[in-house]
Design a protein around this ligand. Structure first.
Ligand SMILES: C[S@@+](CC[C@H](N)C(=O)[O-])C[C@H]1O[C@@H](n2cnc3c(N)ncnc32)[C@H](O)[C@@H]1O
Length: 339
């Protein structure tokens, strides 16, 4: 290939990303689940867990459109032209954009420099125009948007995520898109969805449903609003210092006091032989914001109503949204063999 960089599914920062837990998850599935053909990853996030099961038929889902688009890029069975992607990315990287657009007017000199914002806005608009003119197909559109989102993430001057930007810092890194290393031989039955999980679940049939809900009150649509805004490209009005769009429709019940009700409803709706749930043990160990929304006794009660439950544990890095110093944080897998 030319001098373009490539990017892989885990080359981004994402809260609660399970990339490092894949050996543990795969081990539990291979040791305790039989005859698995279809795996549904219904809080898919980056798609890291699905990527460990690419030799299976995969169903992904996430409430955020930005994740849906990336999941399409990585897992859609639609064929794509690598030459087309490479040539467009080369031309985007070489482009100098002088004219202002939605991105530079909305986010200029916040998370990104004004120049980089002009470039992000230009690229995103160009992707949409090419798609509307049918010059690129849906998978190629998804690959280009994913490349753009990953490149933005590499240079964003955030305080961790997009809740706030770092004022007065030098914009030392500049936008450089890489080519996503996406498979050309995904399973032809793979499907990707962008729905609230409780609405989608009754329509899904899988051998194993993997669930990785948010753990605490931190809404993903707040932490990733800039990426979501660019992925959707509806150019909404934004408010506040962090320039957030209206995210009412993207709020998750799993980050609220209704998490237990939502979880109980979800489990009754699932059609699968196995349910595998990731949930760490932060129930009451962090600060208020990092405390888990589902209590262990509720998880066990709800899963026990659905089948036979086993719990597996592996030590994993602390997951806090504040400054509390937590020891003994463990990532657990609850396996329910449905009856
Ligand atoms: C812990 S993260 C998943 C991380 C993922 N396993 C990974 O490795 O990248 C939880 C995900 O659930 C999504 N989510 C939250 N509430 C949802 C809902 N009601 N329906 C669908 N997805 C939801 C969030 O957008 C977020 O991406």
């Amino acid at each position: 290939m030319n001098n373009l960089k490539t990017t892989a599914i885990n080359n981004r920062r994402y809260l609660g990303n399970k990339y490092r837990l894949l050996p543990f998850i795969k081990q539990v599935v291979s040791d305790h689940c039989n005859d698995i053909n279809v795996i549904a990853d219904l809080f898919a996030g980056t798609g890291a867990v699905s990527s460990a099961f690419q030799d299976h038929e995969i169903i992904t889902n996430d409430i955020l459109y930005s994740n849906y688009v990336s999941n399409l890029a990585w897992f859609s069975p639609e064929e794509y032209s690598e030459e087309k992607i490479i040539s467009l990315i080369e031309s985007y990287n070489a482009k100098k954009v002088k004219k202002d657009n939605y991105m530079s007017e909305t986010f200029g000199d916040t998370f990104f420099s004004k120049d980089d914002c002009r470039k992000i806005g230009f690229i995103r608009e160009d992707i949409e125009e090419r798609y509307n003119k049918k010059v690129i197909n849906e998978r190629e559109r998804a690959l280009l948007i994913t490349s753009l989102l990953y490149a933005m993430d590499k240079i964003a001057k955030t305080c961790g995520h997009y809740d706030a930007y770092r004022k007065g810092v030098e914009f030392d890194l500049h936008l450089e898109l890489s080519v996503p290393k996406a498979s050309h031989c995904n399973n032809p039955q793979n499907q990707c969805y962008n729905e609230d999980i409780n609405t989608l679940a009754p329509n899904i049939q899988a051998d194993l449903v993997y669930l990785d809900p948010p753990y605490n009150s931190r809404q993903y649509c707040d932490a990733y609003h800039v990426l979501e805004n660019v992925a959707r490209w509806q150019k909404p009005k934004v408010i506040g210092v962090a320039r957030k769009m209206d995210r009412t429709a993207l709020k998750s019940a799993y980050c609220t006091k209704d998490a237990t009700i939502a979880f109980a409803d979800l489990i009754t709706k699932i059609n699968a032989r196995y349910i595998l749930l990731s949930y760490n043990n932060m129930e009451n160990k962090g600060n208020d914001r990092s405390n888990a929304k589902l209590a262990d006794e509720d998880i066990l009660r709800i899963l026990n109503n659905k089948g036979r439950v086993q719990v597996f544990e592996e030590n994993y890095k602390a997951f806090t949204t504040g400054k509390s110093d937590i020891k003994d944080n463990a990532e657990r897998l609850f396996l329910c063999i449905c009856e």
